[in-house]
Unconditional design. Structure first.
Length: 287
């Protein structure tokens, strides 16, 4: 293996661009020391190889991985690329390099440092995607369903099929505010596109139905068994902001409310406080 003095591979940040970099690395017989994305590059004294995204090269790499290493390894590569963290390209590159040297068994060698790192990246992405399948909540915005999420990793490709199958006849959008992208679905077409920002107009009717849902949630809850610490083991607190039924618990004054009485008294007090705006909204809609 020769490095030819090349230490950094720069690419466009896309998956096809990364696979094109993998193609170049094998063609040049060099394992890059680091990767950089064009838009985020900083001045460097190190030699840089600029990768041109070539869809034919990317396709050949995918087919090569699937044929020689198997579908499981290809799936790991695809999922690990959705991980949002420093050094992911290096980790995936080393994993692929090792796979082509050692064969199909690379996908199951969790004790190997290079394999284990990719395995942990895949697990983090999969677990977060599973959380957003469970905890994404939509609001009605002028006839379309809209949800805003803030994931640590780029999970839209992993949750796409779940929501498209579940509400396939609806018009909906899931906006990933952290990665400036949106999953947009109509009964005729589905796409993930770049979206820099999104402002959802206020909808009185949606707030009304959200209030009904909160009321239902409070009525079926068993106040004497209120245990937020136990709930957080199954539903981490960072997901609460997506759930209308528990979003009030994130408010700064909620912990003070907990000090004012028993669980039953707190539930009754919250019910009284929340029922007033709901009644006002209902009256406004009936006028």
């Amino acid at each position: 293996m020769s490095d030819g003095g090349i230490l950094i591979f720069a690419y466009d940040g896309s998956f096809d661009g990364f696979l094109s970099a993998v193609f170049d690395a094998f063609a040049m017989k060099t394992l890059p020391a680091d990767f950089a994305v064009f838009d985020d590059m900083e001045p460097s004294l190190l030699k840089i190889h600029y990768v041109e995204t070539d869809f034919e090269h990317a396709k050949r790499v995918q087919l090569g991985i699937a044929k020689k290493l198997g579908g499981t390894v290809l799936n790991m590569v695809q999922k690990a690329f959705l991980f949002d963290g420093e050094g992911k390209e290096n980790a995936i590159m080393r994993f692929i390099w090792k796979g082509f040297k050692e064969g199909r068994s690379v996908g199951s060698r969790i004790g190997d440092e290079d394999v284990n790192r990719v395995f942990k990246m895949c697990t983090a992405v999969y677990n977060e995607a599973e959380r957003f399948r469970q905890f994404t909540r939509f609001s009605d915005s002028k006839g379309a369903l809209v949800a805003v999420i803030h994931p640590n990793h780029f999970v839209l490709p992993l949750i796409k099929h779940f929501f498209c199958a579940r509400i396939k006849n609806e018009h909906f959008m899931i906006f990933d505010a952290e990665h400036s992208a949106a999953l947009i679905h109509t009964p005729e077409r589905t796409a993930i596109i770049p979206v820099e920002s999104l402002e959802i107009p206020s909808d009185t009717e949606d707030r009304f139905y959200s209030g009904l849902w909160k009321n239902y949630y409070r009525h079926i809850a068993i106040a004497s068994r209120y245990n937020p610490k136990c709930r957080m083991t199954h539903m981490p607190k960072r997901f609460w902001k997506y759930l209308p039924e528990v979003e009030e618990e994130l408010e700064s004054g909620f912990m003070q409310k907990l000090s004012r009485g028993t669980a039953a008294e707190i539930a009754e007090e919250l019910k009284k406080e929340m029922s007033l705006p709901e009644k006002n909204e209902r009256a406004a809609l009936e006028q």
